[in-house]
Write a protein that binds this ligand. Structure first.
Ligand code: COA
Length: 367
């Protein structure tokens, strides 16, 4: 893989102030909690109180990334926000975040939409902007942020969540992003939210098939012409977009089967390189655009310079891409881990009745 002089200089993460264990939702829906815990691999659902918005979530992640970076606002030449929790059909979420940060001037500012793939596109565009020379040595601020809420009683409800990741894209102190990546897209209506509707329409079975197909195509492209095991062996971690952990497991099993591995080998690689990266995802629930990058942030913690991470991005509709990252000298410090530790230790726990009240309040606020 070509090493390039651009990538992630700083990371900031943010989870909202409330969380509910999936067992509480199971009691509310009259479902065996093991369906959510074991059948889907879910643990906790991050939730936002009515007064807490996507702007708050995205802006705080951005503030945290900026606070750990040596540059200042004058050094930023781009802000790109990937989200599917847009607050306006015209005004980009990046403008709301820039307002919060006091960011204005000679800056390209925009929102990127492609379901859960939007954050990855924003990150790649920022890297390509730097590599092209158009950045004239300015840095980019990239944010992936979402609040994932389903209709009450929807089968996707236990997979709900929220979270934000922000990156300063500049010198690759934490990780460089490989120039080569492999994309695969194929139009489908697996998960979509028509204009004016509050909740997504999801064909759960179709979305699983689309996700598996995307993973198979992206990993086949990554390993083409080489022994797949040798290629994947190079990575310290293999990160996936995480709608819920079981979906990742199913997709990785398909990748392994296509590569011709035994079930035992697939399970071993999954346990060593895939599953550990999802620990923070189990605390956040699905955070759409942020989901993959929360896994990558977890995987980068403590890596030695030169160690590699694979990142498979998927967005319904559907578009997907696999990227490679190489840890830089500051990955070992993992300063961003304190963001998750702090948010998780401070957040309030919601029980089943509190969840009902919260959903009623969110509905009233949206009306
Ligand atoms: N103990 C353990 N496991 C149990 C169980 C129990 N008591 N009851 C059910 N399960 C298992 C099922 O066997 C199944 O596992 P399997 O898929 O490995 O066979 C799993 O739990 C889910 O059960 P299922 O009946 O398929 O769930 P569902 O019809 O309620 O669907 C979702 C739930 C979440 C899978 C589905 O709605 C969905 O895919 N939603 C969202 C998808 C998404 O986020 N897509 C967009 C981005 S990619």
């Amino acid at each position: 893989m070509t090493k390039i002089d651009t990538g992630i200089a700083s990371i900031g993460l943010h989870l909202p102030p409330l969380a509910m264990p999936v067992e509480e939702l199971a009691s509310l829906r009259g479902v065996d909690p093991d369906k959510y815990r074991i059948g889907l691999g879910c643990s906790e659902i991050s939730l936002c109180p009515p007064e807490f918005s996507i702007v708050d979530l995205a802006s705080e992640a951005a503030r945290r990334a900026l606070s750990r970076w040596e540059g200042d606002l004058d050094d930023i030449g781009m802000i790109a926000v990937g989200t599917e929790t847009a607050v306006d059909m015209s005004r980009p979420l990046s403008a709301f975040v820039a307002d919060e940060l006091g960011l204005a001037g000679s800056i390209r500012s925009y929102e990127v939409k492609h379901a859960c793939y939007g954050g990855t596109l924003a990150l790649r565009q920022a890297c390509e902007w730097r590599m092209s020379g158009a950045a004239r040595d300015k840095a980019a601020l990239v944010v992936a942020a979402d609040i994932a809420l389903y209709e009450q009683g929807d089968p996707g409800e236990p997979t709900q969540g929220a979270g934000a990741v922000a990156f300063v894209v500049e010198r690759p102190e934490i990780a460089s992003v490989g120039v080569e990546s492999h994309a695969w897209s194929q139009p489908a209506f697996d998960f979509y939210r028509p204009v004016g509707e509050a909740y997504p329409r999801v064909d759960g079975k179709l979305s699983l098939e689309c996700y598996k197909k995307a993973a198979q195509e992206c990993f086949s492209a990554l390993t083409r012409g080489e022994n797949p095991a040798d290629v994947l062996e190079q990575f310290s971690a293999i990160c996936f977009h995480v709608p819920f952990p079981k979906m990742v497991k199913k997709a990785f099993h398909l990748v392994g089967e296509v590569a011709g591995w035994t079930a035992e080998r697939i399970e071993q690689i999954y346990n060593d390189k895939v599953e550990p990266a999802m620990r923070w995802n189990q605390l956040s629930g699905n955070s759409y655009t942020a989901s993959l990058w929360i896994a990558v942030a977890h995987a980068l913690q403590g890596l030695k310079a030169g160690e590699q991470v694979a990142a498979f991005s998927y967005g319904s509709g559907f578009g997907s891409e696999i990227l490679s990252l190489i840890a830089g000298p500051r990955a070992k410090d993992a300063e961003w881990a304190q963001d998750i530790e702090r948010d998780v230790s401070r957040r309030a726990r919601v029980n089943a009745s509190g969840y009902n009240l919260l959903r009623a309040a969110v509905r009233t606020a949206a009306a």
